[in-house]
Design a protein around this ligand. Structure first.
Ligand SMILES: NC(=O)c1ccc[n+]([C@@H]2O[C@H](COP(=O)([O-])OP(=O)(O)OC[C@H]3O[C@@H](n4cnc5c(N)ncnc54)[C@H](OP(=O)(O)O)[C@@H]3O)[C@@H](O)[C@H]2O)c1
Length: 235
């Protein structure tokens, strides 16, 4: 029996990933920061709820204790994420970037990943086949964002892509540090969720595809990589 924790799973890509992994037979914990939203999602999916705010040390430590007491963890999907938006749903550009905006974004997208990984690492390392999926973005790719005449090049934001580039670096370095772990960064693709005011062009079913696939890699699967549904991506 595989036990899986997905952070930020009460809606969007995390919820769809949870739905598919429950279907595949995993015991799934939804790591949610809001008890009511989490309870409703868990009930709909037949999943377990663990309260978890990735920006809060005490909350993450308590969640790790709960999961440990219930028997441990095999798969961690670091999915919780935010993308700063202006009131008109536009993305704040270079002239609008402040240290505070950068800090808030990194607190969830980067420090959140480190906080959760650090707390759950002992549980993962006790698993016979531990797996981590870091939900990154195509905007993490320095190659893509610096290639003219591409959608990634046209994206004006700084905090969000910088945070996801940091997640990619964490992925590479954790993979080297823990060779027994399969840890990969994934790009779901531009998906209609609340994150982007539902402007994404893919459905959550399409977006969750690579997350679900990488959550199910075996001990011979890739590690330290960066993938979308069609294969490896340029860093
Ligand atoms: N949608 C896209 O086009 C796209 C593309 C590339 C990558 N991604 C990545 O995919 C992941 C999922 O995004 P999504 O599109 O599904 O967005 P979403 O629908 O807005 O879902 C984000 C989830 O993260 C949770 N969350 C935010 N801050 C949290 C915190 N501090 N602690 C715990 N949970 C927190 C939210 O919970 P609440 O409901 O409580 O706010 C929500 O469940 C993100 O990492 C995002 O960067 C998305």
């Amino acid at each position: 029996m595989t036990t899986t924790l997905i952070t930020g799973a009460n809606k969007g890509l995390g919820f769809e990933t949870a739905r598919r992994l429950v279907e595949a037979g995993h015991t799934v914990y939804l790591g949610c920061r809001d008890a009511e939203r989490g309870r409703r999602a868990a009930e709909r999916l037949g999943a377990r709820l663990v309260l978890l705010d990735v920006t809060d040390d005490a909350s993450v430590a308590a969640a790790a204790k709960t999961v440990e007491a219930d028997g441990g963890l095999d798969v961690l999907v670091n999915n919780a994420g935010i993308e700063p938006r202006n009131p008109d749903n536009g993305v704040p550009g270079a002239a609008e970037l402040t240290a505070e905006l950068m800090r808030t974004t990194f607190d969830t997208n980067v420090f959140g990943v480190v906080r959760v990984l650090h707390a759950f690492l002992p549980l993962l390392l006790a698993s016979p086949a531990p797996v981590v999926v870091n939900v990154s973005s195509g905007l993490a790719s320095l190659t893509r964002v610096s290639t003219p005449d591409t959608p990634a090049h046209a994206y004006p934001g700084l905090a969000y892509p910088a945070s996801k580039t940091a997640v990619n670096m964490l992925t590479v370095q954790y993979a080297k540090a823990f060779p027994g772990l399969r840890i990969n960064a994934v790009e779901p693709g531009y998906t209609a969720t609340d994150l982007n005011g539902r402007t994404g062009t893919q459905t959550v079913e399409e977006g969750a595809e690579i997350i679900v696939r990488m959550a199910q890699v075996g001990p011979d699967g890739p590690t330290g990589g960066y993938f979308d549904a069609s294969g490896p991506l340029p860093w």
